[in-house]
Design a protein around this ligand. Structure first.
Ligand SMILES: Cc1cc2nc3c(=O)[nH]c(=O)nc-3n(C[C@H](O)[C@H](O)[C@H](O)COP(=O)(O)OP(=O)(O)OC[C@H]3O[C@@H](n4cnc5c(N)ncnc54)[C@H](O)[C@@H]3O)c2cc1C
Length: 348
């Protein structure tokens, strides 16, 4: 197997770049994505066992329910059907989870007991190292498709039984007639919450209806808080901005939810690219003119955790000559309930 990438594994310019990602099984009433995340959890643990690296921190994952019968209640029903452990907490119970918490606007809180945080860059580097240890070779270079083949900048031509183009935000420029993605700039802010927020076991959190998410202070990078609302367009090859445009909004949300953090010192900011499909479903389908070529991507701000389970499904489909469900097909798809968070409004 040959892996080609223009950057080193874990590079911050890839959509997978950055220190952490939320790991959650909750996908509202969508049973398929719920089960896929659950399968991915097993496969992440398998990678941990094989590599000896701790990649998935099981600190729990909390959902702040603005209403009695929204995304969180639907997720709870899906969990019950699939035997995924969770707990419904009232606001007083939830306040024991965090060093500072306010939930007077909430109907309830859903705790995914086995959710948590993935160490993103470390996971990518570990995965690449494991692939190499099992015989894969990694080539550095920018590639383009030529029929069913792969051509690198130095004119090296690669041919294979199967070629998979999993190119994140770069997919639309490689396959302009097949892939339509909105590539946006998203910000992550890190705050100094002090030692209380570095305790292990503080759950990651998401407010689906208001489109906010974050983590405790993992690995001393600071308490992470970010809006999931779609940021401004950003070309796949443009430099990632180093200044922040969302700090005031993040602080306003902290004031509502984690009051002690509202004025905390900002210790870091990162930018990353979302590559968003119209319906927030992933893309994984064979090229219509080249059946040995697959196009994979459209992580839509929630793809990281699913990586190993998607890869497994794709491998099975290729080996068995089948295709994946229609929601992963190429071309423009109609919009549906967002699998990321409710809001897609811009924050520029
Ligand atoms: C700020 C932010 C927060 C997120 N939060 C979460 C979260 O909490 N949970 C979650 O599950 N997901 C989350 N996501 C989404 C998730 O990280 C992405 O959907 C996922 O990592 C995309 O992975 P990918 O492999 O498809 O793309 P990428 O990581 O972008 O990988 C594509 C690779 O292809 C290479 N490449 C592209 N074109 C070429 C070419 N022509 N030649 C050679 N190499 C090429 C690139 O260099 C890159 O390494 C978040 C994303 C961002 C930006």
């Amino acid at each position: 197997m040959t892996l080609v990438d223009q950057y080193e594994p874990g590079d911050a310019r890839a959509s997978s770049g950055g220190e952490t990602r939320l790991f959650r099984c909750a996908h509202g009433s969508d049973a398929e994505y719920t089960a896929m995340a659950r399968r991915a959890q097993t496969l992440w643990h398998q990678l941990e066992d094989e590599s000896g690296e701790e990649l998935l921190l099981k600190c729990g994952m909390v959902w702040f329910a603005q209403g009695e019968d929204g995304w969180e209640a639907a997720s709870e029903r899906t969990f019950a059907a699939q035997g995924i452990p969770c707990a419904r907490l009232d606001v007083a119970e939830a306040s024991t989870l965090y060093p500072s918490f306010r939930g007077d606007d909430l109907a309830f809180v859903l705790l995914e007991l086995e959710g948590g945080v993935l160490r993103a860059e470390r996971s990518i580097r570990t995965l690449a190292a494991q692939a190499v240890s099992q015989g894969a070779r990694i080539l550095r270079g920018r590639a383009r498709p030529e029929g069913a083949a792969v051509v690198l900048e130095d004119s090296t031509r690669l041919e294979a039984d199967v070629v998979i183009w999993a190119c994140g935000p770069w997919l639309p420029e490689l396959f302009p007639d097949l892939v339509s993605l909105r590539v946006t700039q998203q910000e992550l802010l890190f705050f100094d919450g002090g030692p209380d927020w570095r305790r292990p076991g503080i759950p990651a959190w998401c407010d689906y209806d208001l489109s906010w998410y974050g983590t405790a202070d993992v690995d001393a990078f600071g308490v992470k808080a970010a809006t999931d609302a779609e940021g401004p367009p950003l070309d796949a090859d443009a430099d990632l901005p180093t200044t922040t445009r969302t700090e005031a909004d993040v602080r306003a949300y902290m004031h509502v939810r984690f009051p002690a953090l509202a004025d905390a010192r900002l210790v870091g900011t990162r930018s990353c690219r979302y590559e968003i499909t119209a319906d927030t479903h992933f893309i994984a389908a064979p090229h219509p003119a080249q059946p040995s070529v697959w196009v994979v991507g459209g992580g839509s701000g929630h793809g990281f955790k699913h990586g190993p389970a998607m890869a497994e499904r794709i491998a099975i489909a290729i080996a068995s000559g089948t295709t994946l469900p229609a929601e992963f097909s190429l071309g423009e798809q109609p919009g549906s309930q967002s699998l990321r968070t409710a809001s897609s409004s811009r924050t520029d």
